[in-house]
Write a protein of this length. Structure first.
Length: 823
C-alpha cells in the first residue's frame, strides 16, 4: 500500500508541470535519440551555477560539435526538459515520467547530490544511462553496484582530497586543520570534509589536528574557529561555500595576528575560480576587492593577507581573457542569443552570464555521443545502460580540455595549486595529475632551485609544527603509554566504533550508561567513569585521584585474597609496561638508525620496497643527466702518504662533494676509489631540471676545490676532471645479499668517456648534453672543443662548460685547443 501511495503521489507531482519539448536540431532523419534533461530554473540560489538559462546553450554547442565531427550522422536528437529544481521528490517523479512515458534513451541531470542519488536508483531499475553534472560531487555516486548506469561529469571531492594530501606530502606537512562553512543547501564543504577524513584514514602519514565548522560566517564565528585552530595547527585547509567569504575570512585572520611566517592557508574546492572572480566583462575582479556599495577601504590589507594563501582546484578554472573558459563562455553567449533564450535572472543593465558548471553539461553530451558511437560499432543496444556504462572508460576532448572517465564512471580531473606574491599576478605553482586508476603525480611548475623565492615569496617554508610549538612554550609533553596485546575476532562494527572514537565530532561517540533501578551501584562511580572518558584531557582526573576515589568507595570492606592478588598483578603490570616502553623506544631508535643507513645506500622508494619484500623491477628513464668525476693524479698523491692519510683525504673530499650535492636535485649513485658517479632525473623525475642540476653541481665542485687543501700535502692542490652526458638510462637493483642501485645504458658509458677524455679543472660535455642545456637553459656558456677520437665511439663532437651567469670556471680563450672558427 505504501509503494502504491508513493507512486500515486509522484504521478500527481509530475502532472502539475508541462514538459518543455525542444524541437529537433536538424530535419528528421532515419533514427531519433530521445534525450531527457532535469534542470533548475527560476531559483536565484542555483542560477549562477546550474541554472537552465545559463546552461542550455552549452548543451546545444555540444550537439553542434557532434554534427561537425560527423559522430552520429544517421541520428537526430529529440530533447525533453523538466525542471526538478534540486528537489528529490520532483526529480524522481520527472525521471520516472521521462523513462516511462517519453521513452527517453538517457537523462542528463539531476545537478544536486540528494536527487541525483535517488534518480540514479531509478535509472538502474530501467537499465538506462544517467549523466549527472553540476553539484553532484558525492563519492557515493561512484558505487557501481548500486548505480551501474550512472556516469558522473563532476569531479568528486575524494579526488580533491587525494590531491590535497599530495600537496601536504610535497611540502612535508603531516598535520593540518580543516575549517569549513556549512551555510549552503548543497552541503559541498561537509561532503569535502567527509572525503578528506576518508583519505586521511587510509593514509597513516597524515592527521587532521582540528576541525572547525562555521554555520553563518559571522565575524565572531570565524574568529572562534581561528582561535581554536591556532593552538593545534599552522597548516589550515579552508572550504567556503561562497567565494566572497574568502576576503572576510583572511581579514579576520589578519586581525587575529595569524598571518606570520608560520601560517599557510589552503583554499580548496572544485570548480573554484581561485583568486579571480569569473565575469564576462573585460575587467578582472579579485577576491580581495570589496564589491559592496560602501567599501571598507581594506583592499590593500586583504591583498597582503592573500599572500599567505594557496588555491587548490581543478585546472579548468583559470578565468582570464586568454583562457579556454573565457572563449567557451563567449561561444555560449552567442548561442543563447541564437536560441532567443531570455535572461529572467539578469538585473537591469547586466548581460547574460554563463552558469559556472555549464561546460560539464557540454562534456556530458560529448561523452554520451562518443559512447553511442562505440556501442553502435559493437552492434549493441544504446538503451542498455550497463553496456553503455562499460563503454564509457576513456579520454575525451571536452570544452576546456581532456575528460578522463574512470572505470567506475567518475570523472578524473587534474588539479592546480595557485599562489600569489606581493606584486605579481596569481601564478600556477604545482600541477597534480591523476590517472584512470586515481594515482597522483605531482609536477612542480617552477624552478626547483628557486622554491623559496617563487613559492614562499622569499620567506622560509613553514613547518607543520613551529620551532616554539603552537602555544610558544615548546614544552615537552610527558605522557605514559601502556601497551597490551589482545587477540579477538574483528568485525565491521568494531572498526566503525574505533573510527568514531578516534575521529571526534561535536558530539563525541560514547556508550550509554543507563543503569536499571534494580541494580545497586554507587552514583559517584558512574560520574567517575564519565569524567575518565571526557574528550578534553584536562577534564580527566589524574590517576592518583582515580585510585583515591576507588579506595574511598571500598570503605568498610576488608581486603581478601583476590584483592591482594589483583594488587600484585597490577604492580607487575606497571613494571612490565615501563620495561616494554623502554624496549620500544630502543627498538624505534635502532630502526631509525638502520633506515638512515639504508637510505644512504639506496633511493628511499627502492629501500621501502626492499623492506616490504616487494620485487624491484628495472625502471627505464627517457632522459636523465649523468655526472662522472675523477681526481687528477690520485695515484701520485696516494703514493706520497700513508693509507690512513689517503682515507682522511677521500673522506674530506667526499664530505665536501656531499655538501654540494645536497644543494641540488642530484642523487649520488656510487663512489669507486677516487671516482664519483651522480645522476639527476632519477630516481625522482624532474622534467628538464636534470641538466641544470648536473651542470650547477659540476661548476660548484670545480670552483670549490680551489680552496680545498690536502691534509698531508698542504702545498699541493687537488683537481678533478668532470664528464657529463644526457640520454636514456635503465636503473635497477642488482644483488640480494649486498644490493646495489646501478645504472645501465650507453648514456652512462659516454659520460665516463667524457670524463676520461677531459682535462683537469674542466667540465667536458657530450654534444647531446650541450644541445639540451642550451635549448632549455640558454643562460649557460659553453664552447665547442671540436671533434675528438673517443675510445669505443669513434669521432665525437664535444664541448666545454665554461660558466653560468653567476659563476665562471673557464675562459674559452685559455683552452689550448681554442679555435676562432669553432666559436
Amino acid at each position: 500500500m505504501l509503494a502504491v501511495a508513493i507512486l500515486l503521489y509522484l504521478l500527481q507531482v509530475v502532472s502539475t508541470q508541462q514538459p518543455t519539448r525542444v524541437p529537433p536540431i536538424a530535419p528528421a532523419r532515419r533514427k531519433t535519440i530521445n534525450i531527457g534533461a532535469l534542470f533548475v530554473k527560476d531559483d536565484p540560489t542555483y542560477a549562477p551555477f546550474i541554472g537552465y538559462e545559463g546552461s542550455i546553450a552549452a548543451f546545444y554547442l555540444a550537439i553542434d560539435r557532434i554534427r561537425q565531427n560527423h559522430l552520429l550522422d544517421g541520428y537526430d536528437f529529440n530533447v525533453t526538459v523538466r525542471y526538478g529544481n534540486c528537489v528529490e521528490k520532483y526529480a524522481v517523479g520527472y525521471a520516472i515520467e521521462l523513462f516511462r512515458d517519453f521513452k527517453v534513451d538517457v537523462i542528463f541531470g539531476p545537478t544536486c547530490n540528494v536527487p541525483a542519488i535517488a534518480v540514479a536508483s531509478v535509472a538502474a531499475f530501467y537499465n538506462l544511462p544517467l549523466y549527472t553534472w553540476g553539484f553532484t560531487t558525492a563519492n557515493e555516486l561512484a558505487d557501481t553496484v548500486r548505480f551501474p548506469t550512472c556516469i558522473v561529469l563532476t569531479p568528486n571531492y575524494l579526488t580533491l582530497s587525494l590531491a590535497l594530501l599530495c600537496i601536504m606530502d610535497h611540502f612535508k606537512w603531516d598535520s593540518f586543520a580543516f575549517i569549513y562553512s556549512a551555510d549552503e543547501d548543497t552541503q559541498k564543504c561537509p561532503i569535502f570534509l567527509a572525503d578528506v577524513q576518508k583519505a586521511v584514514f587510509r593514509d597513516d602519514d597524515f592527521n587532521i589536528a582540528n576541525i572547525a565548522e562555521m554555520r553563518n560566517m559571522s565575524l565572531s564565528e570565524i574568529s572562534d574557529a581561528l582561535t581554536q585552530t591556532a593552538s593545534q595547527a599552522r597548516i589550515v585547509v579552508v572550504c567556503l561555500s561562497k567565494p566572497e567569504n574568502k576576503r572576510k575570512f583572511m581579514l579576520t585572520a589578519k586581525d587575529q595576528h595569524m598571518l606570520n611566517d608560520e601560517y599557510v592557508y589552503i583554499f580548496a574546492d572544485l570548480l573554484d575560480s581561485g583568486y579571480r572572480i569569473a565575469n564576462t566583462g573585460n575587467q578582472t575582479l579579485y577576491v580581495w576587492e570589496d564589491r559592496s556599495v560602501k567599501p571598507d577601504g581594506r583592499d590593500k590589507e586583504a591583498r597582503e593577507a592573500f599572500e599567505r594563501t594557496f588555491m587548490l582546484s581543478d585546472v579548468d578554472n583559470d578565468f582570464d581573457a586568454s583562457s579556454g573558459l573565457a572563449a567557451f563562455s563567449k561561444q555560449a553567449a552567442q548561442k543563447t542569443k541564437q536560441l532567443n533564450i531570455p535572461c529572467t535572472q539578469c538585473k537591469d543593465g547586466e548581460d547574460w552570464e554563463m552558469a559556472q558548471y555549464a561546460p560539464q553539461l557540454h562534456d556530458a553530451m560529448i561523452v554520451y555521443a562518443n559512447v553511442i558511437n562505440r556501442t553502435l560499432t559493437a552492434n549493441r543496444d544504446i538503451r542498455d545502460g550497463a553496456t553503455m556504462f562499460n563503454s564509457t572508460k576513456g579520454i575525451y576532448r571536452g570544452a576546456l580540455g581532456d575528460i578522463i572517465e574512470a572505470w567506475d564512471g567518475s570523472r578524473i580531473p587534474n588539479f592546480i595549486l595557485t599562489g600569489i606574491g606581493s606584486e605579481e599576478e596569481p601564478k600556477r605553482l604545482i600541477l597534480i595529475q591523476l590517472d584512470m586508476y586515481v594515482n597522483t603525480t605531482l609536477v612542480p611548475l617552477y624552478n626547483l632551485g628557486q622554491e623559496r623565492q617563487i613559492v614562499w615569496n622569499g620567506r622560509p617554508a613553514p613547518a607543520t609544527v613551529p620551532p616554539c610549538g603552537y602555544t610558544g612554550s615548546n614544552n615537552k609533553r610527558i605522557t605514559t603509554y601502556g601497551y597490551s596485546i589482545h587477540s579477538f575476532d574483528d568485525d565491521g562494527y568494531s572498526i566503525d566504533i574505533i573510527r568514531k572514537v578516534t575521529k571526534p565530532s561535536m558530539d563525541p561517540f560514547r556508550p550509554a550508561l543507563e543503569i536499571h533501578e534494580s541494580i545497586e551501584i554507587i552514583p559517584s562511580l558512574i560520574n567517575l567513569i564519565r569524567e575518565c572518558w571526557s574528550e578534553w584531557p584536562r577534564h580527566r582526573p589524574e590517576m592518583k585521584k582515580v585510585k583515591s576515589l576507588l579506595s574511598s568507595m571500598q570503605t568498610g570492606k576488608k581486603l581478601n585474597l583476590m584483592d591482594h592478588v589483583m594488587n600484585t598483578l597490577e604492580n607487575y603490570a606497571s613494571s612490565l609496561e615501563a620495561e616494554v616502553e623502554e624496549r620500544m623506544k630502543e627498538l624505534v631508535e635502532e630502526k631509525k638508525k638502520s633506515d638512515v643507513l639504508l637510505y644512504r645506500m639506496l633511493p628511499r622508494q627502492v629501500a621501502e620496497k626492499l623492506k616490504s619484500g616487494v620485487p624491484i623491477d628495472p625502471e627505464s628513464y627517457d632522459k636523465v643527466s649523468i655526472f662522472f668525476s675523477d681526481v687528477v693524479g690520485f695515484t701520485t698523491i696516494a703514493g706520497k702518504g700513508t693509507p690512513m692519510q689517503v682515507v682522511a683525504l677521500l673522506n674530506g673530499l667526499y664530505t665536501f662533494f656531499d655538501e654540494v650535492i645536497n644543494r641540488h636535485d642530484v642523487y649520488k649513485v656510487e663512489t669507486i676509489g677516487d671516482a664519483y658517479l651522480c645522476s639527476s632525473g632519477l630516481p625522482n623525475r624532474n622534467g628538464v631540471e636534470h641538466i641544470k642540476a648536473i651542470c650547477d653541481l659540476s661548476l660548484e665542485l670545480i670552483s670549490g676545490l680551489k680552496n680545498f687543501r690536502i691534509p698531508h700535502l698542504p702545498r699541493e692542490s687537488l683537481n678533478i676532471r668532470v664528464g657529463i652526458n644526457t640520454g636514456p638510462v635503465v636503473a635497477g637493483v642488482v644483488g640480494l645479499t649486498m644490493p646495489r642501485y646501478c645504472l645501465f645504458g650507453d648514456t652512462v658509458n659516454t659520460a665516463s668517456r667524457m670524463e676520461s677524455n677531459g682535462k683537469p679543472g674542466r667540465v667536458h660535455m657530450s654534444d647531446e648534453a650541450e644541445k639540451f642545456l642550451m635549448k632549455t637553459f640558454p643562460g649557460y656558456e659553453t664552447t665547442c672543443r671540436g671533434e675528438i677520437m673517443i675510445k669505443g665511439k669513434g669521432t665525437m663532437t664535444t664541448h666545454w662548460l665554461c660558466a653560468r651567469p653567476d659563476l665562471r670556471v673557464m675562459d674559452p680563450r685559455d683552452d689550448d685547443e681554442f679555435d676562432d672558427k669553432k666559436i
